[in-house]
Each structure stands twice: as C-alpha cells, then as structure tokens.
Design a protein around this ligand. Sequence first.
Ligand code: SOE
Length: 392
Amino acid sequence: MTSAQPLRVGMVGYAFMGGAHSHAWRTAPRFFDLPLEPELKAVAGRDRNGVTAAAEKFGWASVETDWRRLIERDDIDLIDICTPGDTHAEIAVAALEAGKHVLCEKPLANSVAEAERMAQAAEAAFERGVYSMCGFTYRRTPALSLAKRMVDEGRLGTIRQVRAQYLQDWLSDENAPMTWRLDKTKSGSGSLGDIGAHIIDAAQWVTGQNITGVSALLETFVTERPLAGDRVGLGGHGDVTAEAPRGAVTVDDAAIFSARFANGPIGVFEATRFALGRKNAMRLELNGTRGSLAFDFEDMNVLSVYDDADSPDAGFRRILVTEPEHPYVGNWWPTGHGLGYEHGFTHQVVDLVDAIAGKRQPEPSFASALQVQRVLAAVESSAASSSRWQEV
Ligand code: SOE
C-alpha cells in the first residue's frame, strides 16, 4: 500500500461487471505500485437493498440510489460505469463535463451517434486533464499483450489473415430466460455488441489496423423466451418454467462477418451464445508471411506461435505466458502459476491509474471504442441489406 494521493472511485452498477471492477479496484494497489491509491468511495444502484448488500459484499464505503449523486459529490474523482449500454452515454458525458475521469464498460454505447457524443466529450475533457477509458479488458490478458508485442516487433511479418471467434453457449437452452442482454433497448445488440465487440477491438489492437469494411449475417435462433421471475445472471435459469409468459428477443443470437483491414489483411469473425460446449472461447489467430499466432481465452495463459524460420517439423510452439518478462505477470506468481479472468480487470485499473497520474490518454480511448462501434453498426447495416448475398 502506498501513501500516494487517493483516486476516489464511484461505481454505477453492481452486477457481474460491478463485481469484477470492485475486485480490480481493491486488488490493483496490493500487487502493483500505483502512483494513485484507489478508494472505493461509493456504489450507485436504483434498488437500495441491492446496492447496500453489494457495498457490503464488495467493500464500498457508501451507497447512492441515483448515479447523479456520484457526479455531484466532491469526494469522488472517477466514475466507473458498469451498467447496460443504454445508460453509458448519459452517465459518461455528465461525468466528464463535471470534471470526473471515466472508466466505461464495453461496448461504449448502443449507437454510433451516442459513441460520437461520448468521444467528443472525452476529447474536450482531456484538454482539461480529465481522462477516460473503455473496458476492453481482454487486451490486458498477458498472452494477448504478448501477441501484440510480437506483431509490433514484426515477428509474423506482414499479416495476411485474421480469424476471430467469441463462442459461448449460455443461451443454447431455448428456455433460458429473458435478460437485459436480449433487449435491444438495453443492450443495443446481442452477441454482436456484447462479445463481438471484444474480438473486433482485440483484432484491431493486435494487428494495429482498423477494419475498413464488412459483409455480415446476423441470426436470432430463439425469438421468444420466458420472462424471468427474478434476476438471473448469465445462463442462470432463475425460477422460470417453460410455461412462464414469454417475451420477444429483439437482438441477434449469433453474428458472423468477413472483414477487410486498413493495410490489406482479410478476416473472418464469429460471435455466438449457441456454441454448445464452448463457455468463453474468445479466440484470435493471425497468419502472417513469417509466422502465425493463436490465442484461446479458455486456455488463457498460453499463446501458440508458429515461426516459419523454425525447422519444418517444429509446428506451433506452446508458450506458457507466465514468465516475469511477459506483460503484467511479474507482479503476480512464480512461472507456471497462471492468471484468470479477473486479472484483466486488475491490469485495466493499473494502466488507467498510471495514465491518469502520467497525464496520458488511457487506451482503449473512447475514440478507439468509437471505431469498434462503427464496425458494429456496419455489421448490422450489412446484415440488413441483401445486396452482397448470393442465393445458391
Ligand atoms: C456475457 O456475454 C459476458 O459477460 C460479456 O458481457 C463480457 O464482456 C465478457 O467478458 C464475458 O461474457
């Protein structure tokens, strides 16, 4: 623990992401020497009982039932937005204009227009020394950070092809109940924005190239679902039964698209919650002129690398990304003792705090997240048009 100046945090929302962020704010200063000392000052949620229980569980010093109170309070320096996408723009713009730093969960917003408004507010705030970041945490998995380092060093040569998948299966049961992630007014889109956004950001970040065009298909396999009797998490089935009243699913269940990148590579992307047996398989493979790399979050401490300079029978090498010189790992455990999903959130806090103290733009910036939003919108637009689709 350091005697550094405090960074007083107010978090909005306290479900899955709220828990992951709370853990990160508490853990980061214990394993990394931070130039500012995060303080968990307040958590906001509409339900007083729920948010009070969350504050006790996750260690927040106070509660608010209206996020606007966090922005009014002068004992809060940063607003951490862990709510569904329909609230991101209003909260982030208000916080930035009030001079508070912002960490906003992905995707940045539910539309390009909202994301543009957020990016403009972030740019104006930056001039005033107020910083913002969007929570694409998979960048901060050591193996993906190592992949980025290798591509930047030219180890793969010129990138020719990108293969990205994000496969989950928590909705493959057609009686899995309705959640906010299936309501377009809350989530903006389905698997496309929720998990597709992650692989779009990761592919653009690791290659260093933006996607410039797409051709897409979206599908909704189950168009109605039981309305849950109580709050259910990912795949939680609550107390619903098949006879419960059903609500309309208004988002995609699966998204697949081809893409072209700025300097020539082509790519294929797939995001689905119906890949039965795949639980959180966020995957990225790059093929270059000198080598390839492959990552699968379900084996997140490993990066597979093929180097064309190796002997023909070398094949892909399996790098266990737990060496002290690998990104972030040196602050944790001895080699071979792997990290988990939560470490990406802790590394996100570390890099955000370092950037704020260093008066640098944290990455991914709202501008980077706006680019992801533009790709999401292009995928939806392409899927809605039949111009590129050839019947067989
Ligand atoms: C659900 O699909 C989800 O929780 C995403 O919303 C998260 O961003 C991802 O990290 C795990 O899966």
